[in-house]
Ligand binder design. Structure first.
Ligand SMILES: [Zn+2]
Length: 152
C-alpha cells in the first residue's frame, strides 16, 4: 500500500473514532499520525518522539496520549519487545498487507492477486464487535493450466 493511502485510511478511521466519541480534533494528533505513517513497520514511542520533534514541539505526554488514543481507535497494535529492557513497539494496523489468493484445487498452485473492489469493500466494512486488522482470502477453483486440454 502506498504511504498516502495508508495515511488516508488511518485518517478516516481516526476521524470516525473522534466523531463517535465526541473528542476534540487537535492538530498534534494529526501530525503524530502522519509521522507514524513514515515508519515502515514497528516503532517505539522514543522513535516517534524524535521524528515528531522535527515538526513540532510536543510533550512526551502528548505522544503517549496520542498513542493510547490510536490504540483505542484500533489504528495501532502494541507488541512487547525486549531490547535490554522491556519496550513497547507499536505498529500501524492498516499498513499490514491483506492478501487475496487463487488456489487451484487440482494442482494446488497459489497465486496472489489484487482486486481493488473487494479490497475496498472489506476495508470499509465496519463490524460492531470487531476491529479487523487484515485479511487473507482464498478463492478456490481450477487454474488455466489445469483447465487447458492436455497436449498429446
Ligand atoms: Zn491447477
Amino acid at each position: 500500500m502506498k504511504k498516502d493511502d495508508t495515511y488516508n485510511e488511518a485518517l478516516s478511521m481516526l476521524d470516525e473514532y473522534i466523531a463517535a466519541n465526541r473528542l476534540r480534533k487537535t492538530q498534534e494528533r494529526y501530525i503524530i499520525l502522519r509521522q507514524i505513517c513514515n515508519f515502515p513497520a514497528q516503532f517505539t514511542a522514543n522513535q516517534l518522539e524524535v521524528l515528531c520533534a522535527k515538526e513540532l514541539t510536543v510533550a512526551r505526554a502528548t505522544i503517549y496520549n496520542a498513542l493510547q488514543l490510536f490504540l483505542d481507535a484500533g489504528l495501532l497494535t502494541a507488541h512487547q519487545q525486549y531490547a535490554g529492557s522491556k519496550v513497547t513497539a507499536y505498529e500501524l494496523v492498516v499498513a499490514k498487507n491483506s492478501k487475496m489468493m487463487f488456489q487451484c484445487t487440482r494442482c494446488g498452485r497459489v497465486v496472489e492477486f489484487n482486486d481493488k473492489a473487494v479490497d475496498n469493500a472489506l476495508r470499509m466494512h465496519r463490524y460492531s464487535n470487531f476491529i479487523p486488522a487484515n485479511y487473507s482470502t482464498y478463492i478456490f477453483g481450477v487454474c488455466k493450466t489445469c483447465r487447458s486440454p492436455k497436449k498429446k
